[in-house]
Write a protein that binds this ligand. Sequence first.
Ligand code: FPP
Length: 234
Amino acid sequence: MDYSELKVPNHVAIIVDGNGRWAKERGLPRIKGHDAGFDNLIKLSKYILSKGVKVLSLYVFSTENFKRDKAEVDHLMDLFVLMYKSKLREFNENNIRVVFSGRDEPLPQKVIAARDELVRETAGNTGGTINFCMNYGGRAEILDAVKKIVASGVDVSDWEEKDFAKYLYQDLPDIDLMIRTSGELRLSNFLLWQNSYAEFYFPKTYFPDFHEADFDQAIVEYTKRDRRFGGIKK
Ligand code: FPP
C-alpha cells in the first residue's frame, strides 16, 4: 500500500497473540503456532520498518509465560536461539538494529548468549530498531528502574519524567500505536510507561494470519484517530 497520504507512527508495539488458537483451529500442536508466528514476525517486521516506522516493540515472552508447560517454554527458548542463528544475516541485510527488554533470570544461558550476540552484531544498523520484549513485565521494568536509581544514589528531586525514562530497559520514544492481535482487549503488563498515550488497535486476527495488508488497515485506522494528548481540540 502507498503510505504517502497516511500518518506513519514513529513507534509501533505489537502484542503477539493467538498462536496457540491458530494451531488448535488447524488440529496442530501449539508449538506449530509459534513456528508460524515466528515466520510471520520476521517478515512483518521488515515490512513495518520499510514503511518508515522507526521502532517496533514486540511482546514475544512475558515473565508470566514461564508458567506454561515445559515443552512449550523450551520450544520458545529454542526459537529465540534459532533467531540468532538463522536471522542475523537478514537483520543486517535490512539494516535493522535489534535490542531486548526484560530480565535475565530465569532465561537459559544459551538464550542470553544468543540475545547478546544479536544485539552486538546489529548495533551499528540505522534502518530501524526492533525491541524484543522477552521475559518482560511492565511493572518489573518500572521496579527495576527504581532499584537502579536508588542504587546509584542520584538526587532525583528536580527530575522530570524523561529523566526517569533513561533508567528503563531501553531509552525509546513513547509508543504511538499499540496492536494486540487475536481479539483480546488487554494490555497484559506490556510497556506500561511507554504506552501512556498510545492509540490501541485490536484486530480479531490470530498473529500467524496478521500480514502486511492487515498492518496497512491498522495504519489507515491510526491515521483517522484524533490524538490530543489530554488537550482540547481547537
Ligand atoms: C502468544 O500466543 C504468543 C507467545 C506467548 C509467543 C510469541 C512467540 C513467537 C511469535 C515466536 C517466537 C518469537 C521469536 C522472536 C523467536 P499464545 O500462545 O498466547 O496464543 P493463544 O492465546 O491462542 O494460546
